[in-house]
Write a protein that binds this ligand. Structure first.
Ligand code: 5GP
Length: 203
């Protein structure tokens, strides 16, 4: 089997529970890592530079784009977000699975550049449940919730472009399914092309 790690694209609407599923999955799978994105948005309370994001200026971000230092990027709510190329390539070479928690436009770019990447979309059990979770957080007003639900509609419409859909009903079960999918992908034809050629060259 290929010794490289798997590049995993993980998307889903805000409120679907991506972060919670990932935290549970990473706790169980020390071999997997989450890529730390660069962003130009402001640090939120509780966030740590270099842990949650690399917080950079617009000038620095645009220089990263020019130098090809991000494998994908997007502008979301007026801020840049991108996945730094160097650490991702290095960790994949070391055999670590690298998870990119990114939105749908970035996911499209990754699929185009890395056909062997695995893409997974997290879905709430129902749209009503998503509305309930966003309202329950109490961090957004009515107008912001409406805007987020509208964005969610656009994002869910992109779900058919992904390899797998994980419904987040019970977090531990969703994390189980994420694990099964990643292990199945490790055995997939598309991920083992080099390995097959390698075996053939030994015959
Ligand atoms: P937030 O500002 O709430 O942390 O993130 C906003 C959105 O940007 C989320 O949907 C998140 O998944 C996405 N995002 C975070 N990092 C990246 C990135 O590096 N690239 C892309 N394309 N999206 C990202």
């Amino acid at each position: 089997m290929s010794k490289k790690g798997i590049l995993v694209v993980f998307s889903g609407p805000s409120g679907a529970g991506k972060g919670t599923i990932l935290a549970e999955y990473l706790r169980r799978s020390p071999k997997a890592v989450c890529s730390v994105s660069a962003t130009t948005r402001k640090l939120r309370p509780g966030e740590v530079d270099g842990v949650h994001y690399h917080f950079v200026t617009r000038e620095a971000f645009e220089e990263m784009i020019r130098q090809g230092e991000v494998i994908e990027y997007t502008e979301y709510n007026g801020n840049y977000y991108g996945s730094p190329a160097g650490p991702i390539r290095r960790q994949l070479e070391e055999g670590r699975d690298v998870i990119l928690e990114i939105e749908v436009k970035g996911a499209q770019q990754v699929r185009a550049k890395f056909p062997e990447a695995l893409s997974i979309f997290v879905m709430p059990p129902t749209f009503e449940e998503l509305r309930r979770r966003l309202t329950g957080r109490g961090t957004e007003n009515e107008e912001q919730i409406r805007a987020r639900l509208q964005t969610a509609r656009v994002e869910v419409a992109m779900a058919p472009d992904y390899d797998y859909i994980v419904v987040n009903d019970v977090v531990s079960e969703a994390a189980d399914r994420l694990g099964y999918i990643i292990e199945a992908a490790r055995c997939s034809r598309k991920f083992n092309q080099e390995f097959i050629q390698d075996i053939l060259s030994q015959t």
